[in-house]
Design a protein around this ligand. Structure first.
Ligand code: HEM
Length: 472
């Protein structure tokens, strides 16, 4: 009752005794529409309960600005804890001084001068992706998401750790299987009330499977880190760092972390580095794969937009050379296409914070301790009061969007925004230019309505189906 009294100013979504609204939010293919419905009905914010747990749902731009800009409400909600065994105190889920330290150390690794080097690293895995897609030519329907997910995992392995796991080439890889299983575990634990209780979960066979996967993931990361540490020590003696095929090795995030020093001038610990490298693996690959897949779906259904992107590619790119960082920066229309696709299909459809003490929002309006604050980027992006014809794919609306802050949040905003967003944009552009130069993207035959599913990352329950035709 205390919470109800304090939240007098927030509309309550009616629910059942004890269960609250658990049944309404149990189906991952219905969550987004429910959230959308409620934030529209209650105009920007409301709250509900899941088995006594109070959650506030937010889409109001002013409220989002207050929350995301806050330098005190920085703690992630308890849902993120299902990642703890794998990522431990990694930047995505940690809070307080631990998070602050990680964010400060890792930020320089995303400097544009570093990102510029990655463009060359993107080349080989992208050529392999194009080969994989070529095998799918002229099929009536190809679910591109799994192929793109293998591709982004290859890219993240190479840029985060500097290793080539050949995810796209080898059908069976224990590391990849473990990453996949971990991503599924996170979702199951977030949505299945039985699995979300630690005590019950720890007695289940799922827990033992998770522990086996975590052991494997940690041991691969640790081996790579140790190997690279030794190589870097030998480089000090002027030994050139080369890959197995003789090409010069590019800097990976890992190299930067190995070279970094903490505030006392000491090298970072093995555990610290492993946690951040593992965090990139989780936060970077599925999000980017989902975003690229949805852009392809939008392009398949909007041939006019696809042609405009092709024209831009012809204008910006020189004949037959490798794509450069500068050219990627110049692809402004493609950037609007990606942004518009991420408006309709934000890879992280909602994210949340937890109040660790009572906080004052506005005069007389407090938020009690222990409330989960959910920001629904999906609902914000489809608000008809903000976007005209919100369900329509119109890339040109991004010409003048700057005027409406906190109404476009695919990468979140404020101090805990996505640290990888520039990297992600660069990779998405690179991948799409290569795909569009090789293939015409068409709707599947027969055309397929996507059933969106809010897993930890936005997915299409029935796949992202398109058709590919060769341009060459
Ligand atoms: C299209 C691709 C991506 C999207 C849509 C995306 C979206 C997001 C969002 C919404 C958050 C905030 C999550 C929250 O508050 O819970 C976030 C955080 C984060 N992202 Fe991304 N992300 C993408 C790609 C990447 C990549 C490629 C990397 C790394 C290489 C990355 C690393 C991170 C990290 C480390 C955080 C935590 C930052 C912090 O808490 O300080 N992301 N991302």
């Amino acid at each position: 009752r205390n919470i109800k009294e304090k939240l007098w100013w927030v509309p309550l979504i009616p629910g059942y005794p004890i269960l609250g609204n658990a049944l309404e939010f149990a189906d991952s293919t219905k969550i987004l529409e429910r959230m959308n419905h409620y934030v529209l009905k209650y105009q920007g914010y409301c709250y509900f309960t899941l088995l006594f747990r109070p959650l506030m749902l937010i889409s109001d731009a002013k409220f989002c600005e207050w929350l995301l800009s806050s330098t005190t409400i920085l703690t992630k909600s308890k849902d993120y804890q299902s990642l703890y065994n794998w990522l431990e105190g990694g930047m995505l889920i940690s809070s307080g001084p631990e998070w602050r330290k990680a964010r400060k150390i890792v930020t320089p690794a995303f400097h544009f001068a570093i990102l510029e080097q990655f463009v060359e690293v993107f080349e080989k895995p992208t050529a392999i992706l194009v080969d994989c897609l070529r095998k799918q030519l002229d099929k009536d329907a190809v679910n591109v998401h799994p192929l793109i997910a293998n591709y982004t995992l290859d890219i993240i392995c190479q840029t985060a750790m500097g290793v080539d796991l050949k995810v796209q080439e080898e059908s069976q890889n224990d590391y990849v299987a473990a990453v996949d299983a971990m991503c599924k575990t996170v979702v199951e634990r977030a949505f299945n009330p039985l699995k979300s209780f630690d005590i019950i979960y720890r007695l289940s066979p799922d827990y033992y499977r998770e522990m086996r996967n975590v052991k494997l993931l940690h041991s691969v990361s640790n081996t790579v880190i140790q190997k690279r540490r030794k190589e870097m020590e030998s480089e000090k003696n002027n030994v050139e760092s080369v890959n197995e095929d003789g090409t010069k090795r590019k800097m990976a995030f890992l190299d930067l972390l190995l070279k970094s020093r903490d505030e006392h001038g000491q090298p970072l610990s093995q555990d610290f580095i492993r946690r951040e490298v593992d965090t990139f693996m989780f936060a970077g690959h599925d999000t980017t794969a989902s975003a690229i897949s949805f852009v392809l779906f939008c392009l398949a259904n909007h041939p006019d937009v696809q042609n405009q992107v092709l024209n831009e590619i012809k204008e910006v790119r020189g004949e037959g050379q490798k794509i450069t960082y500068k050219e990627l920066q110049e692809m402004k229309y493609l950037e609007m296409v990606i942004k518009e696709s991420m408006r309709l299909y934000p890879s992280v459809p909602f994210y949340s914070r937890q109040t660790t003490e009572e906080v004052l929002y506005e005069d007389g309006k407090v938020i009690p301790q222990g409330i989960t604050l959910i920001i629904s980027a999906y609902a914000i992006h489809r608000n008809p009061h903000v976007y005209e014809q919100p369900e329509k794919f119109i890339p040109s609306r991004f010409f003048d969007l700057e005027s409406k802050p906190f109404t476009y949040l695919p990468f979140s905003a404020g101090p805990r925004n996505c640290i990888g967003q520039k990297f992600a944009m660069l990779l998405m552009k690179f991948a799409l230019i290569n795909m569009l130069s090789n293939f015409e993207i068409l709707p599947s035959n027969p055309p397929c309505e996507m059933v969106l599913s809010a897993e930890s990352v936005l997915k299409a329950h029935n796949g992202v189906n398109i058709r590919l035709k060769s341009r060459t």
